[in-house]
Design a protein around this ligand. Structure first.
Ligand code: HEC
Ligand code: HEC
Ligand code: HEC
Ligand code: HEC
Length: 221
């Protein structure tokens, strides 16, 4: 396995906070858990070349069952909720305008799309740019990478594991940039910056908010 030196990528986040994303050495379990802290609305990327967002469709071919289950859930349609005529009661209850189209309101997109404002993540497309429109579709809603982390690097590892049929340890995944899913993964969005927030209980919501789970056959630990 290729040695990965400790890379620290800091994404500046104007006026709001900072995401500090850390990848440790690939050997052993030393500090390979990335931590995503603080978030909220607009998050311009100020530099660095760490993993980038690739979109949920890139995961689908190998994780068909998880994809199918996710598609049925609310997260896949989170951008739709920002359109007029969707969730009118909830909007009214929380002082939002049910007649307004919020799909281009930047203050909503960080939590209703995948990787908004980050490298490879969702960006509001120019309607005349077909490629950008297509790309935006793939990153609409709360996709796989919203919880599992930007996939450009770990996807290579998954491909290699699939091909070689070898066993792997989950730490390898984290070292390649996959997030370890903890409460902090969710509260980047499930917090009081969400205008409809009514609290968040990680233990109670963990199973319900993602997708059905299926056995991992090649994982060792
Ligand atoms: C990128 C932001 C984001 C992250 C990260 C996120 N969520 Fe959500 N979550 C949302 C949004 C937005 C909705 C509402 C979707 C809609 O209906 O428009 C939602 C809805 C939910 C719901 C209720 C609807 C449903 O699908 O049953 C649950 C439960 C939930 N999330 C749990 C979690 C858990 C657990 C995590 C962490 C493992 C998590 N979420 C991570 C943004 C996020
Ligand atoms: C900090 C993250 C965050 C921001 C910013 C945010 N939301 Fe959400 N939104 C969520 C989460 C998480 C949920 C899931 C339910 C919950 O916990 O309230 C949600 C749920 C909703 C729902 C209910 C969807 C349903 O069908 O149940 C609507 C409507 C909504 N948001 C609209 C908006 C609008 C409009 C904006 C911008 C003005 C916005 N949100 C900004 C995180 C956010
Ligand atoms: C709301 C967060 C969330 C989203 C969105 C999400 N996942 Fe997951 N995923 C989880 C959680 C939680 C687990 C359980 C493992 C854990 O606790 O680390 C998991 C586990 C998995 C596993 C391991 C096997 C299994 O079924 O448990 C695969 C593979 C996976 N997810 C793929 C995907 C793919 C592909 C998508 C997009 C179609 C996706 N996930 C979207 C939260 C999420
Ligand atoms: C070329 C196929 C392929 C692609 C594409 C792919 N994966 Fe995987 N992934 C795998 C294989 C193989 C495993 C190991 C499965 C097993 O042990 O049965 C895996 C494991 C996982 C796990 C479980 C890790 C663990 O041990 O807890 C998650 C989560 C996951 N993938 C998410 C994703 C996400 C998100 C994407 C898209 C960004 C993606 N994968 C793209 C093949 C792929």
């Amino acid at each position: 396995m290729k040695a990965r030196m400790g890379v620290v990528l800091a994404i500046g986040c104007v006026g709001i906070g900072t995401i500090l994303w850390q990848v440790g050495s690939a050997s052993g379990d030393s500090g390979v858990v990335p931590s995503a802290v603080a978030i909220a609305t607009s998050m311009p990327v100020l530099g660095g070349d760490g993993p980038t967002y690739v979109g949920s469709s890139k995961c689908k071919m190998c994780h068909i069952k998880q994809n199918k289950s996710w598609k049925k859930g609310k997260k896949a349609k989170a951008l739709e909720s920002l359109k007029p005529g969707h969730a009118d009661d909830i909007k009214t209850k929380h002082g939002l305008d049910p007649g307004k189209d919020y799909t281009t309101d930047e203050s909503c997109l960080a939590c209703h799309t995948t990787g908004y404002g980050q490298a490879g993540g969702f960006a509001i497309p120019d309607p005349s740019d077909k490629k950008a429109v297509k790309r935006a579709k793939k990153l609409a809603g709360v996709g796989c990478e919203s919880c599992h982390g930007p996939g450009s690097e770990y996807i290579k590892l998954h491909k290699e594991i699939l091909k070689s049929k070898r066993k792997y340890k989950v730490e390898e995944m984290y070292a390649a940039g996959m997030f370890k899913i903890e409460e902090s993964t969710c509260v980047t969005c499930h917090n009081d910056k969400n205008p409809t927030f009514e609290g968040f209980d990680f233990a109670a919501m963990k199973e319900q908010g993602a997708h059905d789970h299926f056995e991992l056959k090649q994982r060792e630990n």
